[in-house]
Design a protein around this ligand. Structure first.
Ligand code: EPZ
Length: 415
């Protein structure tokens, strides 16, 4: 059951509900460790990475109960222990255990985080933040050892705009003494969501969503109930697929503002995009016009949608240019797209897409969730049948992708 098969050529038509944001819930779950009580998190997506992270919390002694899309996490009986299990290396978000355990216990031993292979993905800015807060850090046997007698508020300037470092430093700072100011912070909506959750627990965070975040430490934190924001990457992926197949799709339960970068680029291609209060409707058009994409931190074009957008651009009438500015290696999907008939040339972080090239069904492999999404978009428009192996990669970040695509009329099944 690790292969997705798609018979291409059908326009996607209809509407689908968008799940809660993966890159928010993967930070909220470790954040629950900061309080010795129980929190309720609603609108949790049914994705593999959530299951992995829930297992890690349970290994720390947290009690986690799932009812539908609602998770209750009771961390009263959590006991600190080294987190060096295999699950830690399977996802990048396990890095948040450093900030959460350091914040609650003043000590943490966490295996070096893994996750999508997108180049080196250092955590130097995370560690810089923890040291600034007063932690001593050493690295032994593939794990980071952090210890702080007391965490004291300080001013931290991030050399790189980093979602993970911004969130991880927030987690460690909410229980520190005094005020912490993070400068050159990332401004992604998921960061605002984490700050909203922490403030719901009684933290005092101001400026989330801007590049200067102020955290006034206080303890203890209390229980809270929080509904996760919609997943802009899931929504954007279906919007791209609708444009690619020349269909008409409405994505529901979204925040249109968060989708503005994708909507704007689709409009530049001549695609019709209309926004409701909590929905966006995309109607494909012919011909599709070529566009250039430069990935940037929010509110720029998101790197996580660069891969599926590349598949769409193979159908534009003309040449498009993509520059991937966030990661050094995020063009792996190009190899598989070219095997399906695309004509894309790459050089470092740049990809030149010829466009107007018919795609043909092929056996291809999902290297990471977003590269897998690119292959799904390509399979939906290819002539014949596409078999995408390692579909578990896609299941890490996309909820029931085959069911949702079938709901939109696609000829797709798991094998
Ligand atoms: C988060 O990763 C997301 N993952 C990524 O989504 C997303 O692509 C990325 O943010 C950028 O928006 C989760 O939230 C779980 P970064 P993160 O720190 O936090 C460099 C997906 O498919 N950097 O913002 O790891 C780094 O190498 C995933 O959903 C440092 O140099 O990304 C990269 O070039 C993939 N030092 C850039 O900053 C550091 O200490 C942005 O990374 C940290 C990061």
């Amino acid at each position: 059951m690790d292969t997705l098969r798609i018979r291409g050529g059908r326009p996607l038509v209809g509407s689908i509900p968008i799940a809660g944001a993966k890159n928010s819930v993967l930070a909220l779950l470790p954040a629950t460790l900061l309080a010795e009580t129980s929190c309720t998190i609603e609108n949790v997506p049914a994705i593999r990475d959530v299951k992995v992270l829930v297992d890690l919390l349970r290994r720390l002694g947290a009690e986690v109960a799932m009812e539908g899309t609602t998770l209750r996490v009771d961390t009263a009986r959590v006991v600190n222990r080294p987190m060096i299990d295999s699950g830690v290396r399977s996802l990048r978000a396990s890095a948040y255990l450093m900030g959460a355990l350091l914040g609650r216990f003043g000590e943490a031993v966490v295996g070096l985080p893994g996750g999508c292979n997108l180049g080196s993905r250092p955590i130097d800015q995370h560690l810089k933040g923890f040291e600034s807060l007063g932690a001593t850090i050493s690295q032994r046997a593939g794990a980071i050892h952090l210890k702080a007698a007391r965490l004291r508020g300080t001013r931290i300037y991030l050399d790189v705009v980093s979602v993970g470092a911004t969130i991880n430093i927030m987690l460690a700072a909410v229980l520190a003494e005094g005020v912490t100011v993070i400068e050159n912070a990332a401004t992604e909506p998921e960061i605002v969501d984490v700050a909203t959750f922490l403030n719901g627990m009684g933290a005092r965070i101001q400026g989330a969503g801007t590049d200067v975040i102020r955290i006034r430490g206080r303890s203890p934190l209390n229980a809270c109930r929080h509904a996760i924001i919609p997943d802009r990457m899931e929504a954007g992926t279906y919007m791209i697929a609708a444009a690619a197949t020349g269909g008409e799709v409405r994505v529901d339960h979204v925040i249109p503002l968060h989708l503005e970068p994708v909507s704007a680029k689709l409009r530049e291609m001549g695609v019709f995009v209309t926004e409701g209060d909590e929905s966006v409707t995309v109607k494909g058009t012919d011909p599709l016009l070529p566009v250039d994409i430069k990935t940037q931190p929010y509110p720029g074009f998101p790197t996580d949608l660069q891969s599926p957008f590349t598949a769409l651009l193979t159908q534009a009438k003309g040449t498009s240019l993509i520059i991937e500015n966030i990661y050094e290696e995020r063009l792996k999907h190009v190899l598989e797209l070219n095997r399906m008939g695309a004509r894309i040339r790459t050089d470092g972080r740049m990809a030149l897409i010829e466009g107007g090239t018919p795609l043909y069904g092929m056996r291809v492999r999902a290297m990471d969730p977003r590269a897998g999404a690119a292959l799904v978009v390509a399979g939906l428009i290819a002539e014949g049948e596409t078999a995408i192996t390692d579909i578990h990669q896609i299941d890490r970040s996309y909820e029931r992708i085959d069911q949702k695509l079938r709901q939109l009329g696609a000829d797709v099944w798991r094998e």
